[in-house]
Design a binder for this molecule. Structure first.
Ligand code: SF4
Ligand code: SF4
Length: 142
């Protein structure tokens, strides 16, 4: 497989196991995420942050429930805020951090069964750039 023929779908196919919705330091939400989610669950931004987030280093993270899963995770439906799920969840595993440290791709694969390995750093970063550009466009951030 050449550099040009590898697509994001070659690198990742979600297995809908729900593992990524478990704790691990929490899910960071941007201002836009807060606005979108608050509207979706019909509350206001402050109420969303106080009821569904916890602060870490001055930033809001979506809280976990007693089972360690994100408070918006449902075992049957999976993500109950799927249409407005945070940028971080939407991007996974094509996250910006990979552009700085492509080696993290293989580490992430140990926790996420949808991530495939065996690709070069160039192939991985090209796909991450491509997916981040699509995400940015879909969220109206360009
Ligand atoms: S851990 Fe990976 S494969 Fe499982 S639901 Fe999350 S993204 Fe999909
Ligand atoms: S917001 Fe949705 S996709 Fe993101 S961690 Fe919570 S349940 Fe999972």
């Amino acid at each position: 497989m050449t550099h040009d023929t590898v697509t994001p779908d070659d690198l990742f196919q979600c297995q809908t196991c729900g593992e990524c919705c478990t704790g691990y330091g929490g899910t960071y939400v941007t201002e836009k995420d807060i606005e979108n989610i608050a509207t979706f669950i019909r509350t206001d931004k402050n109420a969303f942050v106080s009821q569904y987030c916890r602060m870490s280093g001055g930033k809001p993270l979506i809280a976990s429930g007693p089972d360690g899963k994100c408070v918006f995770f449902d075992p049957e439906k999976q993500c109950t805020i799927h249409p407005v799920k945070p940028k971080m969840c939407r991007a996974w595993p094509f996250i910006e951090n990979i552009l700085k440290a492509p080696g993290n791709w293989n580490l992430m694969a140990q926790a996420c069964p949808g991530i495939r390995t065996g690709f070069t750093s160039e192939q991985i970063t090209a796909c991450v750039r491509q997916e981040l550009a699509c995400l940015k466009k879909s969220r109206g951030e360009d």
